[in-house]
Design a protein around this ligand. Sequence first.
Ligand code: FA5
Length: 341
Amino acid sequence: MLDLLRILKDRAVKALHSVETSAELAQWQNTYLGRQDGELTKILRGLKDVPATERKTIGQRANEIKNELEEQAELRKKTIEERELISALIAERIDVTLPARTLNSGYMHPISQTIYEICGIFQKLGFHIIEGPEVETDYYNFQALNIPQDHPARDMQDTFWVEPGQILLRTQTSPNQIRIMEQTKPPVRAVVPGKVYRNEATDATHEAMFHQIEGLAVDSSTTMRDLRGALEAFARELFGPHTKTRFRPSYFPFTEPSAEVDVTCNVCGGKGCRVCKFSGWVEIGGSGMVHPQVLRNVQYDPAIYRGYAFGVGVERIAMMRYGINEIRLFSQNDLRFLRQF
Ligand code: FA5
C-alpha cells in the first residue's frame, strides 16, 4: 500500500509539471485529489481492508502526500495565474499613442459668418442689433414704407403671399425701420439682419430666399454725409482700407433722395473680372434719407428729425469676399463647398 502511495505521488507530481492552464489544473485536482473519484481518495477508501497495525502509518503517509500535493498544486496555481494575467494584459493592451478620433463638429455657415462680421462692424459704429419677424403684414412691408396698394414699386419685389393682400413673407428687411421707430424715440441707431423672400426666378446672382441687413439712424441733425461716412467706414473695415464706395442716384419710395451703394470689386481690385461683370464695381445695397412721409407714419416730426436708412444684400457681399460667382451654392448644402470656409 505504501508503494502504491509512492507511485501515485510520483505520477501526480509528473502530471502537475505538464499542467499549463487553470482549466488543466482543475482537471488535475479532480483526478488526484477529488473527493469522489480522486485517486488518493480511492486508495484511502481501501484502508479499511488494511490490517489495523499498518492502517495508522499508511493513513499518516496518505495525509502527508495529500498535503504535499496540495502545496505543489498551490505553487503551480500561482505560476499559471501570473502567466495568464500577463497574456491577458498583452492581448488587451490599449495603444495610447494611437491618434484620437476627431469629432466632426459643425461650424458657422459662410452667410452667418458674414452677418456676424457685418453686424460687428456696425456695432463698433454705435448701432444696436435688432431682429424682426419674417412673416409680415402688408402694412409694415409696404404701406408704412410709403408703398400703397397698386403702387408700381410693388412690382420691384415679387411677393410670396401667406394671405393675399394682407400677410406675406417679408420681401426686404425695411419693415423693421417702422417697427423700430414705432417702439423707440430718437436718437435711433440700429441694424437688423435677417432672411427675406422674393417670388422670382433664380439665377447666378438672384435667389428667392436671401439675407439683408437693414440700417437705420435717426436724429435731429442726421445728413446724407453721415450715411456716406457710415457706409464708407463699413466697406473699408469689411473689404480692406483701399476699398472705394460709390453712390448712384436711385429710387426707393421710402427714401428721398435715394442711392444705390457700390464698392470697388474686392476680387480684382477694381480692374474688372467675372464677379463684378468687368465693371470694377459691385452693388451691395440701397440707401437714402428716410422719406418725410415714413417719419410721419411713425409719429416722428419731419421738421425736427431726419434719418438715413440702408439695406445691403449679404449673399452678394459674401460672393465678393470669397470670390464666388454662383449665389445658389450657399443654399445647396454641398459639404464640399461649405467646408472651404
Ligand atoms: C431693397 O430691398 C431696399 N429695401 C433697400 C433699401 C433699404 C433702400 C433702406 C433704401 C433704404 P433692393 O431690392 O435693391 O433694395 O435690394 C437690396 C440688396 O439686396 C441688393 O443690392 C442686393 O444686394 C440684394 N438683393 C436683391 N435682390 C436679390 C436677390 N434676388 N438675390 C440676392 N440678393 C438680392
